[in-house]
Design a protein around this ligand. Structure first.
Ligand code: G6P
Length: 604
């Protein structure tokens, strides 16, 4: 999704902007651009289709000096990826970068064309530049022109505006797409997220919905949606380490896969001590009669897994829905329902809209399971359970997913207390969770075996993933990972569903990945495996050795460390992550920034 960086400083800012863009590359994009203004001087703009690297090369050939600038990585929504559609967009002295979608852009375009404005791009963003220019022509100062412009916009935006006639100033506005202000010494910055600015500052102020801010070298001033001055204080960054560094790893995704033991330990810190679960932060859930979980993508798979846990362990009815579906259908709110949203970023547009709708239709208690403190989802929910995975850069989610599962297991216990979950069971779950980081370490030791196995997938065009019970969502997540980064078409099925269709697909060309812990469903799963074997499918089974699987024929069994069945979904996720990673590396795809995808989808 689009990334924004801006700076007002005494030093030259082009390199700061470029570094910021590089650190936002993980969000996904197809073109990049920047505009820089020397004090009292003319604005120079540079844009390139493709990677930030292409923009950096262009900048090296044509260095641009100046202390005020804005920059952008674009993820196309309106208008194909091209240099002309890349940001910043210009209207005379006005330059604009924007993240979001302006829904009424067609009518605004027509009005502006009638006023004589000429459009150079197919984007919705260009209307913002012309609107601001038109208000400037009517005599408004830059800040007032932006305030007047936003009143005409319908849709979502995070935008930064620079004006050749107001040097050493940027005006920013937020409605739907997050923006943070970074404070340096005698300089200020703006960006879509903190990561972009960590090389230049650790102090941030978070803009809220409807805010407009005037950013200058020595100060910033924020106005709310009613144009009233409001305080948005600076806080020290909570991002503990500079996650924008791959260290010894070839890709962020692999680094993040390997960070999982630590990420899980961090998520458990203070919540699991001396074998006891401390869940007071979740408040009193004894009145909850039903749980509704809403999420997108990988976070939705975490929700699906939790449904098995919440119903079987806590005995509380649980419903799970994709946010983009929930937000556009009329659903029934049961009394005493807990609404849970799950999101790595806390900024996914559909999940946020679903939360807002849920509150409107009567959900009284809302909980966000989220990885980004201060994100919109966290701020707009009654309670938050933070996952503490640390910044996740790879577009394909890994450590965010397993830490979400840990948080959801904590929620399950909190719900189960005083209901059907016995003290004995809680003790066992606590012990299993305490052991989890070590189990993940052991699972990571499968890396070289999986790397060898990945060769067998590289030439394939399709794959099936099978699981049963709480492993079915893990099979779904495994299939999603393979699709996302290796571009191999993959589908997951609840293994019992094979006979109702997918069996027709099975032949010697079809690899079938099975997750098979030694649980109460393993005998059923064995029958499903036989159905595949009988039809000549090529089976790759991740299994507990104690499950006693038949290894005859076209079957490869990869032993997975033995673990408590309640946490097995978390453990079995690891080999599937490694499999998709190695297949993608062999195929030579862009592992960390797969084509067409964005890390955080802040538009609908
Ligand atoms: C995008 C990402 C996925 C992620 C999904 C939901 O599609 O590419 O990896 O699972 O958004 O994001 P969230 O931040 O809400 O978990």
């Amino acid at each position: 999704m689009c990334g924004i960086v801006g700076a007002v400083a005494q030093r030259d800012v082009a390199d700061i902007l470029l570094t910021g863009l590089q650190r936002l590359e993980y969000r996904g994009y197809d073109s990049a651009g920047l505009a820089v203004q020397a004090s009292q001087g003319q604005v120079q703009r540079l844009r390139r289709l493709g990677k930030v690297e292409a923009l950096a090369e262009a900048l090296a050939q044509t260095p641009i000096q100046g202390g005020t600038g804005i920059a952008h990585t674009r993820w196309a929504t309106h208008g194909q990826p091209s240099e002309a559609n890349a940001h910043p967009h210009q209207s005379g002295p006005i330059m604009v970068v924007h993240n979001g979608i302006i829904e009424n852009h067609s009518e605004l375009r027509q009005q502006l064309q009638q006023q004589g404005f000429e459009f150079q791009s197919q984007t919705d963003t260009e209307v913002i530049a012309h609107l601001i220019a038109s208000f400037r022509q009517q005599g408004h100062a830059l800040l007032q022109a932006v305030m007047a412009t936003r009143k005409q916009l319908t849709g979502a935006y995070g935008m930064v505006v620079m004006d050749e006639q107001s040097p050493e100033q940027l005006v920013v506005a937020r409605s739907g797409s997050p923006l943070v202000i970074g404070a340096g010494i005698g300089e200020h910055f703006i960006a879509s997220d903190q990561l972009a600015l960590l090389p230049v500052t650790q102090r941030f102020a978070f803009l809220e919905e409807g805010d407009v801010a005037l950013i200058e070298r020595r100060s910033y001033q924020v106005f709310d949606s009613q144009d009233q001055v409001v305080e948005r204080p600076l806080v020290e960054s909570t991002v503990e380490h500079d996650a924008g560094d791959k260290g010894q790893f070839r890709h962020y995704m692999l680094k993040e896969i390997y960070e999982q033991p630590q990420a899980i330990a961090n998520t458990l810190e203070g919540r699991l001590e001396n074998g006891q679960l401390n869940l007071e932060a979740l408040g009193d859930l004894s009145q909850v009669e039903q749980v509704q979980i809403i999420a997108c993508g990988t976070s939705y798979h975490a929700a699906m897994t939790a449904r098995y846990w919440i119903e079987s362990l806590a005995g509380v009815p649980c419903n799970v829905e994709i946010a983009s579906e929930f937000r556009y259908r009329r659903s029934v709110v049961r009394p005493s329902s807990l609404l849970v949203t799950i999101s790595q970023s806390g900024e996914t547009a559909d999940t946020l809209a679903a939360l807002r709708l849920a509150k409107d239709i009567g959900y009284q208690q809302t909980l966000a399971i989220c990885n980004v403190p201060g994100s919109s989802l966290v701020r707009e929910s009654d309670m938050a359970l933070m996952t503490r995975a640390g910044a996740e850069i790879g577009v394909a989610s890994t450590k965010a997913f397993t830490t979400q599962l840990v948080a959801l297991m904590l929620l399950t216990v909190a719900l189960g207390r005083g209901r059907q979950l016995s003290t004995e069971q809680e003790k066992d779950i606590a012990a299993a969770l305490a052991h989890l980081p070590a189990l993940i370490e052991k699972s990571l030791a499968m890396n070289s075996d999986i790397e060898a196995l990945a060769q067998r997938f590289a030439e394939k065009h399709h794959a099936l993933f099978l699981g049963r019970g709480s492993q079915y969502p893990i099979a779904m997540e495994g299939a999603l990972k393979l699709k996302e980064i290796s571009y191999i078409h993959a589908e997951a099925y609840a293994a019992g569903e094979l006979k109702h269709g997918p069996l027709a697909l099975i032949d010697a060309e079809m690899p079938i990945v099975v997750v098979a812990p030694n649980n109460e469903l393993v005998e059923k799963l064995k029958s499903n495996i036989e159905e595949v074997r009988a039809r000549g499918g090529e089976l790759f089974i991740f299994a507990d050795e104690a499950a006693g699987l038949n290894t005859e024929g076209n079957v490869m069994v990869l032993p997975v460390v033995h673990c408590d069945n309640r946490i097995a979904p978390i453990v079995y996720t690891i080999p599937l992550q490694l499999l998709s990673y190695h297949v993608a590396v062999i195929k030579g795809t862009d592992v960390d920034q797969p084509r067409n995808l964005a890390k955080s989808v802040t538009v609908e």
